[in-house]
Ligand binder design. Structure first.
Ligand code: DP6
Length: 331
């Protein structure tokens, strides 16, 4: 039996679009910050010899077979690689504050990759683990590592993997994030579906990919120079360019809700008042505010005054995927 934990990550340069949807090879490099607050803990054992499929229990609930196709396909990859026949029993807990509405596929597939590959007897390097997690969900390849992480797009299964920017995973920058919970409803359109539609139909897509290359150079320089303001400006602008691609898609689409705009305006206002903060968004209406870790509390107090009905969770840089003892499972 193996227990693993992985934390979620938020991209500062977004991954949006697959060149190879089967292997999950992206069109551009992306760069994220792994957080300390939202994580998945997953226990994997072999199922009984007699079992004829994998079994999944998520937050105490057994998943119906039709909800497990993607998970089962992922475990099949591990069986093939490890040359084992046995099915797995997977018990997973998502530690995302209730109603946070934050994506859990990154932490989920990173934890599953580590726990299931270890149970199957594979001892993968971090890079190979990142390549494996990528096959479950693209952003999961970044959650194998802590701190700032870059996903090198590569051109095939071998060359597409994530890597931490600072080798010791220590983040020197005074940085944190506030997750603003705008909606806890399941998203209208999955990121996977909308991403594919955007690549296929949006005339803005090529411009986004070009912009990502330029943004990546400036953002990495900002991290090296410990320049928080430039990092925030680039992350904000990159996220909005990603969202612009969906508006240009056919049919036009946006993840924004009216409350999303209100939250963005509140961040802009607090910034005008003198507190450095920037917004980013993923494939949903929630807004993540990038702030200095040392100013996160002040930021939360001020934003709560402006958005009294919006729950907020403060997060700081978090660690990479890790193995746990069974004592720690419920924590
Ligand atoms: C907007 O990793 O969830 O959060 O590879 O199809 O599973 P799949 O997509 P996923 O997409 C994440 C998209 C994003 C940007 C990002 O995290 O880089």
């Amino acid at each position: 039996m193996t227990i693993a934990r992985a934390h979620t990550n938020i991209a500062l340069i977004k991954y949006w679009g697959k060149k190879d949807p089967t292997l999950i090879i992206p069109y551009a490099n992306s760069l994220s910050l792994t957080l300390d607050q939202f994580y998945t803990t997953t226990e994997v054992t072999f199922a009984d010899e007699a079992a004829h499929q994998d079994e999944f229990i998520l937050n105490g609930q057994r998943l119906a077979p039709k909800a497990t196709t993607r998970l089962a396909a992922f475990l099949e990859l591990i069986r093939q690689r490890a040359r084992v026949q046995r099915y797995f029993k997977v018990k997973s807990e998502n530690h995302v504050p209730t109603a946070a509405g934050l994506a859990s596929s990154a932490s989920g597939f990173a934890a599953l990759a580590l726990a299931a590959s270890t149970t199957a007897g594979l001892q993968l390097s971090s890079r190979d683990l990142s390549r494996l997690a990528r096959r479950g969900s693209g952003s999961a390849c970044r959650s194998i590592f802590g701190g700032f992480v870059e996903w090198h797009k590569g051109y095939d299964d071998q060359t597409s993997y994530a890597e931490p920017l600072q080798a010791d995973q220590h983040v020197a920058m005074d940085i944190g994030m506030l997750a603003l919970i705008i909606s806890d409803q399941p998203k209208q359109i999955s990121s996977r579906k909308e991403m594919a539609n955007t690549v296929a139909t949006s005339p803005f897509y090529d411009a986004f990919i070009q912009a990502c290359e330029q943004d990546m150079i400036i953002l990495k320089q900002a991290i090296t120079q410990n320049d928080f303001v430039t990092l925030g400006q680039i992350a904000e602008s990159n996220a909005m360019k990603m969202h612009a691609t969906t508006m240009g898609a056919q049919p036009p689409f946006s993840y924004f809700l009216p409350e999303t705009i209100q939250a963005i305006q509140a961040v802009q206002r607090v910034r005008r008042e003198g507190l450095d903060c920037y917004y980013t968004m993923d494939a949903g209406p929630n807004v993540k505010v990038i702030g200095r870790a040392s100013e996160l509390e002040t930021l939360q107090v001020r934003l709560t005054e402006l958005l009294p009905n919006t729950p907020m969770v403060a997060a700081r840089p978090g660690p990479g995927a890790m193995l746990l003892s069974d004592f720690e499972f419920g924590q």
